[in-house]
Ligand binder design. Structure first.
Ligand code: IPM
Ligand code: MN
Length: 357
């Protein structure tokens, strides 16, 4: 089979981790005789530098025609002075919105050799395997009105959280289906005791869940969930929540796995899905061959599974990651001061070598 991929390498560590991801993909291509046709485009800071906008039409059109999009992290201090709608982040948000990617899947999985890399006690985190589903194209990230208005002491900034019934039901329904294929438990997270947008979320989620009698459904309030994630993360299977709460809780939850550099993501819901590491562009270590490419590599594994149903190929990548970590190889984000770390390129090579047909 031939698959057309659009590659958005991104900013900061983006191009480095993307290069290792592509290396792994080439290995899959070799073993299974699939063909991945790669088309490189610019978005985020790289596009601002070349074209003055974070999401050029050319990039968006290519993405819409692709079979899947692979994206590196974007942003950096270089673009901090720009107004919000011209920042690299606006490119990311535009892409998610334009592609209709309403569900962002962030799997929180602890690889056993990394149990000491986490700041949490091994008995709290061992065997952790949960899935956060973050609503991605609505909520406070996109609601109108938004902006900074007025003058002087009365100048004010405003954002609006809006959730429509249809937006909540589509993401909760997908989460129920995902839970059904896993351990059959779904926790919906909101702040219904204070926010009307959350009250609607709460009620719609409860309603949708009634159609999935085999899935155990519960609600949690977001502040409690933030605490429970650290106190007893094993209580969860699938978590579904709003755009903003999902952004925050997924960074928090990544620490159960040792590093944000371990957190891949899949954004689904439209015709073309997008795969990207959940972490940022880490400009402080960019260009130093130090970044952890595993989130990018695991995002590619998710692409093979969710977009192309190549389950065996996807699993081979996950198993290679597991094997390499078991051999004791770690990038700098995963080591303590006494351990030796491998570079981004070395990690990519090690994973590639472990993938055998
Ligand atoms: C993420 C990131 C983005 C977000 C930023 C870079 C716009 O933090 O993917 O989690 O807030 O969604
Ligand atoms: Mn985030």
């Amino acid at each position: 089979m031939k698959y057309n991929l659009v590659i958005l390498p991104g900013d900061g560590i983006g191009p480095e981790v993307m290069q290792e991801g592509i290396k792994v993909l080439k290995r899959i291509e070799e073993i299974f005789s699939h063909k991945f046709e790669l088309q490189y485009e610019k978005a985020g800071g790289a596009a601002i530098d070349s074209y003055g906008v974070p999401l050029p039409d050319q990039t968006l059109n290519s993405c819409k025609q692709a079979d899947a999009v692979l994206k590196g992290p974007m942003g950096g201090p270089k673009w901090d002075q720009l107004e919000n709608k011209l920042r690299p982040e606006a490119g990311i948000l535009g892409l998610r919105k334009e592609l209709g990617l309403f569900a962002n899947l962030r799997p929180i999985k602890l690889y056993e050799p990394l149990k000491d890399a986490s700041t949490l006690k091994p008995e709290v985190i061992n065997g952790i395997d949960l899935l956060i589903v973050r609503e991605l194209v609505s909520g406070i990230y996109f609601g109108e009105p938004r902006g900074i208005f007025g003058e002087g002491e009365n100048k004010y900034g405003v954002n609006t959280e809006i959730y429509r019934t249809g937006e909540v039901s589509q993401v909760v329904r997908l989460s129920c289906e995902l839970a059904r294929a896993r351990r059959k438990k779904l926790t919906s997270i909101d702040k219904f005791n204070v926010l009307e947008s959350s009250r609607l979320w709460h009620d719609v989620a409860a309603e949708v869940s009634k159609n999935f009698q085999d899935v155990q459904f519960e609600h949690q309030i977001v502040d409690n969930a933030a605490m429970q994630l650290i106190r007893n993360p094993k209580q969860y299977d699938v978590l579904v929540t709003t755009n903003m709460f999902g952004d925050i809780l997924s960074d928090e939850a990544s620490m159960l796995t040792g590093s944000l550099g371990m957190l891949p993501s899949a954004s689904l819901g439209g015709e073309v899905a997008l795969y990207e590491p959940a972490g940022g562009a880490a400009p402080d270590i960019a260009g130093q061959n130090k970044a952890n490419p595993l989130a990018m590599i695991l995002s590619i594994s998710m692409m093979l599974k969710y977009s192309f149903h190549l389950d065996r190929e996807s699993l081979l990548i996950e198993q290679a990651v597991d094997k390499v970590l078991r051999q004791g190889f770690k990038t700098a984000d995963l080591t303590n001061s006494k351990e030796r770390s491998v570079s981004c390129i070395e990690m990519g090579d090690l994973i590639t070598k472990e993938i055998v047909g």
